[in-house]
Design a protein around this ligand. Structure first.
Ligand code: ZN
Length: 226
């Protein structure tokens, strides 16, 4: 009822409803396109965060994990699907192909790199994880949820380190700094997590004093006050 209706002789005009003034600006156009793209990708990827509430919930889940901050940030980047895999680089027009550098018939998605490529399937199938039923998940977040539901807390934290280190090793390999596969990634990650936990433990313990701070009078007569 409060909307004013134009008079009989009012002419129609175009309104750009993405800005508060109704006027077109490049800035408001950019934001509209970005919002549309984020929303579309969320719908396509199925498991990607489709609302800020869901995104906040995921961030809180990752940030509470007792692992080094750089690993948490890596997990968040993987969940946000912004790791520079060939699929992502191809989508941005940077890479000529979306396929894996090591498996020519597979697309290089985040899940492919961290779950299957370069012996990773064997890593998840074997002790200590013993997860032979890992399938290709629709998103990395789904994969993380699967790991959380199927591993006890300590093993789940180890799995997050393995995931982070796998990506690190892959980058080193691509730059010619690493010749080995992922065989030693679990033992390396175990030692890394152990030293991280030890550092946390020692940081929370009160400092031990090298000598007693309580004073008692000397029994030596040379030091008597009188
Ligand atoms: Zn591969």
């Amino acid at each position: 009822m409060a909307v004013p209706i134009g008079g009989m002789f009012a002419t129609d005009k175009l309104i750009w409803h993405f800005s508060s003034t109704g006027q077109f600006t490049a800035k408001s156009c950019y934001h509209a396109l970005l919002t549309h793209r984020t929303f579309s990708r969320g719908m396509e990827s199925g498991g990607a965060a489709s609302s800020s509430g869901e995104s906040t919930r995921r961030w809180k889940f990752i940030w509470k994990l007792s692992i080094p901050p750089k690993v948490r940030i890596f997990l968040w980047r993987a969940c946000s699907d912004i790791l520079p895999t060939n699929v992502e680089l191809f989508r941005r027009g940077i890479s000529p192909s979306p396929f894996c550098r090591y498996c020519p018939d597979k697309c290089e998605t985040t899940q492919h790199v961290l779950q299957f490529c370069h012996g990773m399937q064997a890593v998840w199938n074997s002790p200590p994880f013993n997860l032979p039923n890992m399938v290709t998940f629709p998103s990395f977040w789904s994969c993380l949820v699967y790991l959380r539901e199927n591993l006890e807390q300590g093993l789940f934290l180890l799995a997050t380190i393995v995931i982070w280190k796998t990506w690190d090793l892959r980058n080193r390999r691509l730059h010619g700094n690493e010749q080995n596969g992922n065989q030693g990634v679990v033992s390396w990650s175990g030692a890394f997590l152990h030293s991280f936990n030890s550092a946390i433990m020692s940081a929370h313990q009160p400092p031990t004093r090298a000598f007693s701070t309580t004073w008692s009078p000397s029994s030596d007569p040379r030091y008597c006050q009188d």
